[in-house]
Design a protein around this ligand. Structure first.
Ligand code: ATP
Length: 506
């Protein structure tokens, strides 16, 4: 490996003749400081930047092992070679245990010394590379996203790699996984960060108004358009336009969006004037975009135009300890906001959080932590403080205070999304057919009439599907009538399609 002549080696050797020999071996490549006592060595160590320490064990005033201890406590990364008498195996073992990097048995020649040093420095160099790599690539957070798990490291890397480009990014992932947060990070990393970031959630806007929300409208363009209004496209000029739940657009509007992406020009509703803007597109959906293309709800050409850089946000249940990291930060933040004294979760709660499948992802976790903080006060969160959660989270203890209304294998997910206490998906047991054991112990009811009783999730499916039908397939409108969010309906539909897979894992 490469070394520079200015690196300093501290040689601790009380025998003048030996010191001269070793110094002679080293002096062409290194600056060599020599100490003939332990105290002199400690002084030199404290006053100089030492690159490598070579110390004999036997010294007149102390053991060379004491010098190893001192060096370890002050400079844990300093490479150390210990010189021992031939055959003193126990001493060698002791020195290595204390942190020495290698040893040399007397007598040794120039070649042996050079190889030992070269090996140590090579190891040191590799360690430096690893440390540097970890600093760069393993982060516990990235912009406002908390998490250091492997899947999140992948997300951070993609964001960094494509931030400078103008290529469209297509973010997929379940509801509450942080798709909007991810798009904000993309914008913040880009050269457009000083320009606007405009986010539009198409699922939150009535279908017929999405076009004017994106492109704006002129006065009188439609009933109620009393004044002209700028759309998100113009407001995002020079910056980033984030279109969430893009699948909500009608096919007509999708083709207008496609033209806009291809040409950079658009016309506000009611106007024939073309406006040109420079915008970077990021879009997101919690549905499977290819399935939407197959079903004819999403234009294939638009899909391929947008799907230049795909980015998938992993579900929270796949992020390991990130659950606790995020929960910890939220606990501190909400405690501060609410003037409470919470500092941590006890082991049972931490274990429960790690096992719970979090169908509503980070949004659900955030709601649970907020609920705990608002309704309780203590330093440590215990199981009794947990809101209603699933009895059946694998191997986890049941929250003592929480009522349970799910059956076997049915995480209640009371805090997923906006609908408190709702169960997102069918039970995983498969015991959901009319005459199979029901989630409420219906197996014990032998009365024939009981067969007319459907499991709650089936009733829910029927109600939601009827509402969608009555709204001519318009999901946001159906959601508005049902007083739930459109994304909740999408998630449920996905689960029904996957049928009997409560969290889409099988
Ligand atoms: N890694 C994270 N660290 C901290 N907070 C997060 C993280 N991911 C998401 N959140 C928080 O969780 C909530 C939901 O995030 P966000 O709105 O970005 O999710 P989403 O995937 O866009 O949801 P939807 O599909 O329902 O629109 C927000 O309050 C966000 O701040």
């Amino acid at each position: 490996m490469q070394t520079t002549s200015r690196h300093t080696i501290l040689l601790v050797e009380d025998s003048v003749s030996n010191a001269l020999v070793y110094q002679n071996y080293l002096k062409d490549t290194y600056r060599v400081l020599v100490a003939d006592t332990g105290h002199a060595a400690l002084k030199l160590l404290a006053e100089n930047t030492i690159y490598l320490l070579i110390t004999d064990v036997r010294l007149p005033d102390m053991s060379g092992l004491d010098i190893v201890d001192y060096a370890q406590s002050t400079q844990p990364d300093l490479p150390i070679i210990v010189i021992t008498a031939f055959g003193s195996v126990d001493l060698v073992v002791d020195a290595m245990r204390r942190g020495a990097s290698d040893f040399l048995s007397k007598p040794f020649d120039r070649a042996r010394l050079e190889v030992t040093i070269s090996n140590i420095l090579e190891r040191q160099h590799l360690q430096d590379v690893v440390n540097e790599y970890q600093k760069t690539f393993e982060r516990d957070r990235f912009h406002n996203m908390i998490g250091g798990s492997l899947p999140m490291q992948g997300v951070y890397r993609i964001i960094e790699s494509c931030a400078a480009s103008k290529a469209s990014v297509f973010i997929t992932g379940e509801s509450g996984t942080g798709k909007e947060l991810c798009s904000e990070a993309l914008h913040a990393e880009s050269t457009r960060s000083d320009k606007p970031f405009i986010a539009l959630n198409c699922a939150a806007i009535p279908r017929e108004l999405i076009e004017s929300e994106i492109f704006g409208h002129v006065k009188g363009a439609f009933t109620g358009a009393a004044t002209a209004r700028e759309g998100a496209a113009l407001r995002a000029s020079g910056g980033t336009l984030f279109l969430d739940e893009i699948g909500e657009m009608s096919l007509d509007l999708q083709s207008k969006l496609l033209r806009f992406i291809q040409s950079g020009t658009f016309s506000p509703v009611g106007s024939s004037k073309e406006i040109k803007v420079d915008v970077r597109f990021i879009c997101a959906t919690n549905r499977d975009p290819l399935a939407e293309v197959r079903e004819g709800r999403f234009r294939e050409d638009l899909y391929y135009r947008l799907h230049v850089i795909p980015l998938h946000m992993p579900p929270l249940r796949d992020r390991g300890n990130d659950v606790l990291k995020i929960a910890g930060e939220l606990l501190r933040k909400y405690s501060e906001d609410e003037g409470k004294s919470f500092r941590c979760f006890d082991d049972k709660v931490a274990d429960y959080f790690l096992r719970y499948p979090w169908p509503g992802n980070v949004r659900e976790l955030s709601n649970v932590v907020r609920n705990i903080v608002v309704l309780n006060d203590a330093e440590t969160v215990t199981m009794t403080m947990l809101p209603q959660m699933s009895e059946s989270t694998p191997g986890a203890a049941q929250p003592e205070g929480g009522a349970v209304d799910g059956g076997p294998g049915v995480p209640a997910a009371p805090f997923s999304d906006e609908v408190g206490g709702e169960q997102d998906t069918p039970p995983s047991t498969g015991a959901v057919s009319d005459d199979a054991p029901g989630v409420n112990g219906a197996s014990n009811v032998e009365d024939r009439d009981s067969k007319a009783i459907l499991p709650l999730w089936k009733e829910e499916q029927r109600i939601i599907e009827t509402a969608i039908q009555k709204c001519s397939g318009n999901i946001p409108r159906a959601a508005a009538f049902l007083e739930i969010s459109a994304s909740t309906i999408y998630r449920k539909k996905l689960a029904w399609e996957k049928s009997h897979s409560p969290f889409g894992q099988d």
